[in-house]
Write a protein that binds this ligand. Structure first.
Ligand code: GLU
Length: 321
């Protein structure tokens, strides 16, 4: 008789538990960027923390590689993605219907938190002679894939500098994961990437060929930063990449984590809780996260309203009123 007991118990458990779990399980997707960037690590890190609690929250998270910021915002809008990472300038433009989003405002876009700084980064082969942004004239330049925030911001800089794509001998649209090899193989003279540091893409570029990070500064950049709250002047510290011991002066944005007002409060709350309840673990997952603080992540870089699920967590923590 006694040997039947565990069988009966486990059958009873299975009968209760299976339908309940199946009903509760909810899949969420986080839009990232290329696999050699930092967004991919942001998405993978958030999912790793969310998936530790699947048994209690029912949330199952995946973070596939995507085309980057603009692709992510557009997929959140269409319902193809639950959440995503996006540059602070494209969060601003999408919410306000400005720049590339003129006449196409995404009013339901919601901010969750800001993450790491992303300097506008140009890397040129040493043998190209490129030392400043305007030296790119007449050169072969990878301007980035359409759908990336990086490409969008490159176009903004080009216009601010009074230049256009036709100034280049070649403007290629390779993805971040392809562009470093193209630089090494001498298919292009320079690559561009608005991205957190250090990252695998620039590491690959500077270790396969003698290449320099290029200063992006001057009165045009000063004016751009002055006129737009989502830009700031930044320095990429020397010593991060092979052959680049000097600091690089440029400007940049922040990576931000965004979603839609259409996503339930409880879902966003659980994702935010997974990150901040395990904040030290999160910060340890990439060097670009090491100096993050909750205060800055809530205050900076967000131009769309906070999602109610994020607000709920921040209020519980006493981080907002
Ligand atoms: N900022 C880049 C973009 O939106 C992505 C950077 C990354 O993947 O880390 O295209």
């Amino acid at each position: 008789m006694s040997h039947l007991k565990p069988v009966l118990l486990s059958t009873a458990f299975a009968l209760c538990a299976t339908p309940l779990m199946a009903q509760q399980e909810q899949f969420i997707t986080i839009g990232t960027g290329g696999q050699t960037g930092v967004y991919y690590v942001v998405g993978q890190s958030i999912c790793r923390l969310v998936n530790r609690d699947t048994a209690t929250t029912g949330l199952r998270c995946t973070a596939p590689a995507t085309g980057g910021s603009i692709d992510n915002i557009n997929q959140i809008k269409s319902g193809g993605m639950t959440m995503g990472v996006a540059q602070s300038d494209w969060q601003f433009h999408a919410y306000n219907g400005s720049s590339d989003y003129e006449g196409d405002a995404f009013e339901d876009l919601r901010a969750v938190f800001a993450v790491h700084p992303e300097p506008f980064t140009v890397v040129a082969r040493a043998d190209s002679g490129v030392e400043t942004f305007t030296d790119l004239s007449g050169k072969r330049v990878n301007v980035g894939n359409p759908g990336s925030g990086s490409r969008g911001t490159f176009e903004v800089v080009l216009e601010a500098m009074g230049m256009s794509m036709s100034d280049f001998a070649l403007s290629s649209e390779l993805r971040p994961a392809e562009q470093s090899a193209a630089l090494g193989d001498n298919q292009v003279d320079a690559i561009s990437y608005t991205v957190g540091h250090p990252n695998g893409s620039i590491q690959e570029a500077t270790s396969t060929v003698d290449a320099r990070l290029v200063d992006v500064s001057g009165p045009e950049i000063d004016a751009l930063v002055e006129a737009n709250p989502f830009y700031s002047k930044v320095t990429i510290p020397g010593g991060m990449y092979a052959g680049n011991d000097e600091d690089t002066e440029t400007f940049g944005v922040k990576a931000t984590f965004v979603t839609s007002a259409a996503i339930p409060e409880e879902t966003v709350y659980q994702v935010v809780k997974a990150v901040f309840d395990n904040f030290d673990r999160f910060k340890g997952l990439h060097p670009a996260f090491a100096t993050l603080t909750p205060e800055e992540m809530i205050a900076d870089g967000n131009s769309a309203p906070l999602h109610p699920g994020a607000e709920r967590y921040y209020r519980e923590q006493g981080w907002i009123e």
